[in-house]
Design a protein around this ligand. Structure first.
Ligand SMILES: [Zn+2]
Length: 370
């Protein structure tokens, strides 16, 4: 990942490059940012800059041998560690390195859910055990291939077991020269405070809507207003925005509108049919539909509360908001919101989508008819 190819975060990139140029490379940094903010590509861009043989004033050269290896994330001086399904078959990252590289090259904003999907283990837990910490130590004992910096990337350290975290802490407490630890995660609460205190925090904020919109236009055949609308709804989460764009607004809207009609009319057969359609969507799209539903309910609520200036819907969405909002009242809105949020949470925990959706259809229908 060249810095110039990274979306947004201009000031942060300049600061990171400035630090390296001034010879101030911290022994350990923690790139902490919400999902879809780009903490991982930033850390990888930083590693590339650090390892580049001919770094320029604003970016790595992109052409040296080191940069070529970084194109494939396969650089002998870049150590990669990440959570896996710990078990009989795998205890360390080495056997899964090419899998992880492919995943990041396909989606540099990779998150745990996408990684889990890639490993085809929807119901398994991603963890980092002590063997992975040992693997880091073993790799550190190797001489640097280029004779310069070594970059040690640890992705999602919040998923480390206690034993692994303690071992990592030991390594961080005894800094080796020319070794830069780059921890990348979303959740500082599940990191040992002692690890946090050993690392310099690089706070990665959510992306600006304009940056997300720009990225969407590069990835999808979207017009500015559509890209902008999705970007605004994504709250600066590029993965979220991408998921929304993939399941285009139109499809989500039609599915949601028709389903809600069936729920309201208490058409049991239709609800079952919708559930079958729902089950066929990917997990991310199912979650996207729940978030979309929450968004539309919120729009309806604004309309009902006499705050149409807050309504972001347009076109047939707006028409729907105007027609549907009279059905909402104090009692059912809260119930509706709760049910949709619960469904989203259950999907995160890999609930059976068909069963969940049939159940949700009944509950939503009932609260609408109150
Ligand atoms: Zn280079």
């Amino acid at each position: 990942m060249l810095f110039s190819r990274l979306i947004g975060h201009a000031a942060l990139k300049a600061k990171l490059i400035g630090n390296v140029r001034e010879g101030r490379v911290p022994h350990a940094q923690f790139f902490l940012g919400p999902r879809g903010s780009g903490a991982l590509p930033l850390a990888l861009g930083y590693a590339r800059y650090l390892l580049c043989v001919r770094p320029g004033a604003g970016d790595a050269c992109g052409e040296c041998g080191s940069c070529r290896m970084m194109d494939k994330l396969a650089h002998p001086d870049l150590s990669l560690s990440f959570p896996i399904f710990l078990g009989e078959k795998a205890k360390t990252c080495d056997p899964l390195l090419s899998e992880w590289r492919d995943a990041v090259l396909a989606e540099p904003f990779l998150d745990a859910a996408l990684w889990r999907e890639r490993l085809e283990g929807e119901n398994k837990q991603l963890r980092m055990g002590v063997d992975i910490a040992q693997e880091i130590t073993r790799r550190l004992s190797l001489k640097a291939y280029q004779g310069g910096w070594k970059a040690v990337l640890v992705w999602l350290p919040e998923l480390m077991d206690t034993a692994a975290a303690n071992k990592l802490l030991k390594v961080l407490e005894e800094p080796e020269p020319l070794t830069a630890f780059l921890l990348v995660g979303h959740d500082a609460e599940h990191i040992l405070p002692t690890i946090m205190s050993r690392t310099q925090l690089v706070k990665v904020p959510a992306l600006a809507a304009a940056d997300v919109a720009q990225a969407l236009k590069e990835r999808f055949a979207l017009q500015e207003p559509e890209a902008r609308a999705i970007a605004l709804r994504s709250d600066g989460d590029l993965l979220e925005a991408v998921a929304m764009a993939e399941k285009s607004e139109e499809e989500l809207f039609v599915f949601f509108r028709d389903w809600l009609r069936a729920c309201y009319a208490n058409k049991v057969g239709d609800a079952v049919e919708f559930s079958e359609g729902f089950a066929k969507l990917g997990r991310e799209q199912q979650k996207a539909l729940m978030r979309y539903a929450l968004y539309l309910v919120r729009q309806c609520l604004y309309q009902r509360q006499g705050l149409p200036q807050l309504v972001r819907a347009h076109g047939q969405e707006l028409e729907f908001v105007q027609k549907f909002s009279p059905l909402l009242n104090e009692r059912n809105t809260e119930g509706l919101r709760r049910e949709l949020e619960a469904a989203h949470a259950h999907l995160e925990r890999n609930a059976n989508p068909k069963v969940l959706f049939v159940d949700l259809s009944y509950k939503v229908g009932r609260s609408l008819r109150v």
